[in-house]
Design a protein around this ligand. Sequence first.
Ligand code: ADP
Ligand code: MG
Length: 447
Amino acid sequence: MEVSKELITALKSKISKKSWEMWFGTFSVKSTTDTLIVFTVGNLFIKDWLSQKYDKKFKEAIREVLGKNIPYVIEDEMADKSFQTKEKKKERLIRKRPVVFSEFNKEYTFENFVVGPFNEEAYDGALEVAKNLSKMNPFFIYGGVGLGKTHLLHSMGNYILKNSPDMRALYVTAEKFMNDLVMSIRSGTTQEFRKSFREKIDVLIIDDIQFLIGKNGIQSELFHTLNHLIDHSKQIVLCSDRTPTQLSEFQPRLVSRFQMGLVVKVYKPDIETGMQIARTFAKRNGILLTNDMAKEIAMSSDNIRTIKGIVTKLVFKSVKRTVNNSLISDVVKDVVGKRTPVRVGNSEKERFFQALSSVFDVLPAELDAKLRTARLSSARQVGMYFARKYMHKTFSELGKWFGRDHSSVMYAYKKVDESLRKGNSKIREKISILQKLLHTESEKSVS
Ligand code: ADP
Ligand code: MG
């Protein structure tokens, strides 16, 4: 076999089929000598991409086939056509968009996303932003682990790819953003790094930005990148496990940038939606869950990733065992472990505390404890008001729930009532989310 064919074969064996099809369509070996290997590709963008992503693979393949390290270069075909003026070349490059700018997980779509009260705010926001790019900027999603944030980011990417094919959307994790930046600094190519993030992108999606806590230099670069993009009406989408204000170790200028657009939260799933999600996952794999089974799964998970993990294991085990309550219990124990299930029991108080903790970002156990912080006090007061007004609890019942005396409960009720009368929209909003999570939508006022 001639050397160029061998090189291609060697390379192909190192690269996933999907990436090969996506990126190597125009790839070929132009010449091979003892001192230099020349590859060619269709355009400058693919060239950049390949040398960034596959440098190691190229070197390995060369070493394998030729028995030693020989330097290589990648040329883009357009550069070859010397009759083209520089300007013309640029024009073509800009119009010739690469097939896919960034790989989005095909499974993570809006269609595959189960919507419930706990995540509809984030879902609606994500869809709206994907439909109307650069109207709400930046778009910031936050919430705990395994609640579907990354899924939503990819859904936006897939949606944009399909519906606005002229828009170049890029998804990166904050970690990759940092690694790329560090690499570019090391290799003296920060200008290219900046260009690739500032000039070649219409939608920049960055996942898990809490990763950059304490990394001041990277934050500065991010800040300038965001400003540049927003000034040029490009869409920014950011995601974090905490609110912008809780990113307190971030530079204040970044935090205030984050808050300027639309900020949405994904809450923990309520049991009903958790059950529905368990059923959906199972059904996709040909397993029908009874109410009891779905409930056991939902009750032992406070996030979707765990629900998915349980169902995946269940599917695996169902090859050899019948799906019944005892199998479900085994699998749940396997996945969740021996620690107390997340949702201990299902009493009214426990369900209520679960929802309250999710809305106020506190732990359920803190609610009836002695600890006092502004956040906790506000969670307790709104909780007492809510349970009195919408769940018909008496002041003394609430005193027991929260470990407070009768008069503090009355005081809390009055205080929240007054704030609402004065038009406190923050509290109003929390209450409406609680209503959704707890399915107490209609006002069964007791007063
Ligand atoms: P996060 O980024 O918030 O930690 P992920 O987006 O990675 O969470 O979600 C964890 C897993 O659960 C993924 O496999 C995702 O597809 C799935 N998932 C999360 N939320 C939903 C949902 N509402 N509907 C369907 N699947 C979901
Ligand atoms: Mg994630």
